[in-house]
Design a protein around this ligand. Structure first.
Ligand code: GRF
Length: 228
């Protein structure tokens, strides 16, 4: 993949299923001038997703496409892909989109789809990541933004955020802290990596500032500093 010089803000299509806190964080980063991007569509598989309402209130174009209206995954994904492609996005941003996308969808936007996952990948792909980190006795935990490939939660990582697990943490407290402390900052930073061209995905790996990354960038979030 090569970086293309842009003369306009990057066009983002954001896919959501739920509350849309990551969507809100991206909207805030754009409003604050931290991200040279515009959200050209917010799409959801859930017509009543709270994030759709947030987007509408902010004047963003939205669409809900429910799987119930389609006989199978392939036809649903084809309809979604058609709608997304109509916006000519630079990046397709999965922000709490709780459906596994078919290979055909992923291949259509290959190299341009990113996702945020609440674990330090490659650990804990899939669901219940916080329980699994606690059960394993891990000392730290976090979230990752990665390129999407046909294999679930498996694509190259762009950047990660990490916090220390505290005594007494439960899956709920960890989920909240990872959302509040990491996810609210991580996605905008990772999108900026991509939009600015600092991070590029080539055939032999992910490059940051021209250097091939043998391990992803991990940012430690010092919660005591954030609390003070
Ligand atoms: C986040 O924890 C994200 O990591 C996961 O789904 C959740 C989405 O939350 N993929 P929201 O819809 O952005 O509030």
């Amino acid at each position: 993949m090569t970086h293309i010089e842009r003369t306009r803000p990057a066009r983002l299509v954001v896919l959501i299923s739920g509350r849309g806190r990551n969507l809100e964080a991206i909207m805030r980063a754009i409003d604050a001038g931290e991200l040279d991007a515009e959200i050209v569509l917010v799409a959801s598989n859930k017509p009543n997703a709270r994030g759709l309402q947030t987007a509408r209130l902010a004047g963003l174009p939205t669409v809900a496409i429910s799987p119930r209206e389609f006989p199978d995954r392939e036809s649903y994904d084809a309809a979604l892909a058609h709608r997304v492609a109509a916006e000519n996005p630079d990046w397709v941003v999965l922000a709490g989109f709780m459906r596994v996308l078919s290979d055909a969808f992923v291949e259509r936007f290959a190299g341009r789809i990113v996702n945020i996952h609440p674990s330090l990948l490659p650990k804990y792909k899939g669901l219940h990541t916080h329980d699994r980190a606690l059960d394993a006795g891990d000392r730290d935990h976090g979230a990752s933004v990665h390129f999407v490939t046909p294999t679930l939660d498996d694509g190259p990582v762009i950047r990660q955020g990490r916090i220390t697990i505290r005594d007494g943490d439960t899956a709920d407290t960890l989920a909240d802290r990872i959302m509040d402390r990491i996810e609210q900052r991580l996605y905008a930073a990772a999108l900026d990596d991509l939009i600015s061209g600092r991070v590029v995905w080539r055939d032999d790996g992910v490059y940051r500032d021209g250097q091939r990354q043998s391990t992803p960038l991990i940012v430690d979030y010092d919660e005591d500093a954030l609390d003070s």
